[in-house]
Every structure is written in C-alpha cells, then in structure tokens.
Design a protein around this ligand. Structure first.
Ligand SMILES: Cc1cc2nc3c(=O)[nH]c(=O)nc-3n(C[C@H](O)[C@H](O)[C@H](O)COP(=O)(O)O)c2cc1C
Length: 179
C-alpha cells in the first residue's frame, strides 16, 4: 500500500479538475489517499523579496505533504494554453524550497477543460517540466468537453469510451506505484 497525495492545480471553488480528482481517487482502494483542495489555501505571488522574508506557511505545508507521498495524482487546469497562474506560482514557490521537489515521485497527471482538447497544453507543459523537478509522470490523460462527458451531480464520467480509458490508466498507475 502506497501513500498518494492528490490535488488539482486550481484556485476555483467549483474546479472541474478537483471534481475529476474526486472521481479518480474514488476508484482507488488499494492505496492510502489524501486529497487536498488547493482552493482552500492562500499562496502569495512569488517574489525574491517575499522569499527572503521566509517561505509562506502553506508552501511549506504543501511541500511537506509532497515529501511524505511517494505517488501523486495532479489535475491541471488550462488558462491560455498553459497552466493557470495560480498553479505556476505554486510550482515556482516549491522549486525554491527544493529544486527537486518532485524527486522520485510517480505521478498520474490529468487535465480537463470545457474545450475539445481538455487542457492538453497545460498537461503537456507539466509532462515536459516535471522531470526537471525530479518527477516521473508514469500515466496521464486529458478529459475533453468536461460538461458533456461528466455528470457533476452523479459525479460520474458519462462517456463510456473515456470511462474505460480512465479505468485502464488508473489500474496501471495503481500497479506501478506498488512498493
Ligand atoms: C483566463 C482563462 C483562460 C482560459 N484558457 C483556456 C484554454 O486555453 N484552454 C482551455 O481548454 N480552457 C481555457 N479556459 C477555460 C478553463 O479550462 C475553465 O475555466 C476550467 O473550468 C478551468 O478549470 P478549473 O475549473 O479546474 O479551474 C480558460 C479560462 C480562463 C478564465
């Protein structure tokens, strides 16, 4: 049994990526999972002056949570073909605490958006960048057209093809993180 930390890189109280995190983590029973809702955390905008004043409490808290978990499930939202400023700011802070803040982590990376590409550009950005922080993205998927493919009331993926694909990804991830 491996400890998994899961969160969405969104500051929205109605984040569709957080909804996806809840759906996916609900499918995993053979590992211990902690879900964080980053909407509940304040992260000041990074600046060298702020860094010299000391790392913010929430940055240290998130960093420690990441250190404790060998596996991560991260869902990224997409703003203007990249991750949101909110999540980029978190990456910047964490990289200042420790350049290799994802060292040795096995990561399931996801994204969703209301659009056709499901946040694929934000996902690609993270896939390319996470290795420089020591992370190993072992599985990934994007869920396009969130409002057509997901029923927020029932909390289920209604598109059978995507649902089956996600079952495969989650099963493979669960196996790969077995210690
Ligand atoms: C400033 C802004 C830019 C956006 N740019 C994109 C984009 O490039 N691609 C995309 O698929 N969705 C884009 N969206 C729509 C977001 O994917 C949508 O707001 C989604 O709900 C964000 O995910 P979240 O709810 O998990 O925060 C944008 C939204 C905003 C507010």
């Amino acid at each position: 049994m491996t400890k998994i930390l899961a969160f969405a890189g969104s500051s929205s109280p109605t984040s569709i990526n957080h909804q996806l995190i809840l759906n996916i983590t609900g499918r995993i029973s053979d590992h211990t999972i902690e879900v964080l809702n980053l909407h509940e955390f304040e992260f000041p905008m990074y600046s060298i002056v702020k860094e010299k004043e000391g790392f913010p409490q929430n940055v240290k808290f998130l960093y420690e949570k990441i250190v404790e978990a060998p596996a991560l499930i991260i869902a990224v939202n997409e703003y203007n073909s990249n991750v949101s400023g909110f999540f980029k700011n978190i990456i910047d802070w964490l990289s200042r605490v420790e350049k290799k803040f994802l060292d040795g982590k096995k990561i399931l990376l996801m994204s969703t958006s209301p659009g056709q590409r499901g946040g694929a550009s934000a996902l690609e950005y993270c896939k390319n960048q996470f290795p420089r922080f020591g992370g190993n993205v072992v599985e990934s998927f994007s869920l396009p057209l969130f409002y057509e493919n997901y029923d927020s009331e029932k909390e289920v993926i209604v598109n059978e093809v995507f649902d089956l694909g996600i079952i495969d990804v989650v099963t493979s991830f669960s196996q790969q993180i077995n210690e």
